[in-house]
Design a protein. Structure first.
Length: 312
């Protein structure tokens, strides 16, 4: 039973990748609010009946932000019960071909980046992983349909995002006489040019903005997601669902959550390299940083199945 009376907004985004089994369907994304600063978080804590002053709470939090990176930079994971564990991981730049290549090798040339990963605590009553967190803490409500278009402004490609309240979209659908009358619903020829898009009339919309491009004006790299198995899997960035074909920026943090078929152990690879998965309460989670190139993520949730991406 959720304990938070303030609701978490859920937006929906349509999958426009015609090569994906989820094409045309709408996937949920968290309606992320304005980020709270350290001072704002300290004030929130002090206002919750705390016996400690705002200055004291803020001082302790600042000390944490200093000491935690210091210890993680030394390879020391930090577990803050019952929140979770902060741990260091690294991404590769130039892998070593064999043992002989290790002699005299410089780790700074092998390791591309070091990341701080967070794994929620998942033990007994303090379990705040995925489904348990939703059940115990979150009250959800639908809010908007998100639509992002790539348009040309001043010779450069820009992404323009609009929000339409779901209630408004439903009312418009009913006024038009039903699903089949929507001019922008699942129609490949015109799906990228909805009539309510808030773009200047003289902007030229590319004929296929969802196709990755290597031009200097293009933003991001395409992440192709392939899944198999009778379990379920989700891929997210900053709490928002990532559909196959989505364009991500280099070093974007991507999270994977897999609930495998009973008795099965899932696997995940990025461009052929295995992604480390951690199991907690039957759910396997992992993370990776988006490479600076178009990439392929392959997830096997346990047993052969062709039902497609994100069946949860």
């Amino acid at each position: 039973m959720a304990t938070n009376e303030i609701k978490m907004g859920i937006n929906l985004r349509q999958n426009k990748n015609m090569r994906n089994s989820g094409y045309g369907k709408y996937y949920p994304e968290v309606d992320v609010q304005e980020t709270l600063t350290l001072k704002g978080f300290a004030k929130h804590m002090s206002d919750h009946g705390s016996i400690y002053s705002l200055d004291l709470i803020e001082g302790v939090l600042k000390k944490i932000t200093q000491c935690l990176p210091e210890l993680i930079s030394q390879g020391v994971p930090i577990r803050l019960d019952p929140l979770g564990t902060f741990t260091p991981t690294c991404t590769v730049d130039k892998p070593l071909a064999d043992i002989a290549a290790m002699e005299g090798a410089d780790p700074n040339e092998v390791v591309k980046g070091v990341h701080i990963r967070f794994l929620p605590y998942g033990v007994e009553d303090d379990n705040i992983t995925s489904r348990r967190f939703k059940k115990e803490y979150c009250s959800l409500e639908f809010r908007n349909i998100i639509d992002t278009q790539t348009v040309t402004i001043g010779g450069k490609q820009k992404k323009v995002t609009t929000l339409k309240p779901i209630a408004t979209a439903i009312a418009e659908l009913k006024a038009q006489g039903g699903e089949n009358s929507q001019s922008d619903q699942n129609t490949p020829s015109d799906q990228n040019t909805p009539s309510d898009q808030n773009t200047p009339s003289d902007q030229n919309t590319p004929s296929n903005p969802n196709t990755p491009s290597n031009s200097e004006n293009s933003e991001g790299y395409a992440l192709t997601i392939s899944t198999s198995g009778s379990g379920s899997a989700s891929v997210t960035k900053d709490g928002n669902a990532v559909a196959s074909g989505a364009e991500l920026s280099e070093d974007d943090e991507v999270a994977i959550s897999i609930t495998p078929a009973e008795g099965q152990v899932p696997t995940a690879t990025l461009n052929g390299s295995s992604i480390e998965l951690t199991e907690s309460d039957g759910v396997y989670t992992g993370n990776f940083a988006m490479p600076g190139q178009a990439s392929t993520l392959v997830i096997n949730t346990g047993a052969a199945d062709d039902d497609g991406f994100d069946k949860d």
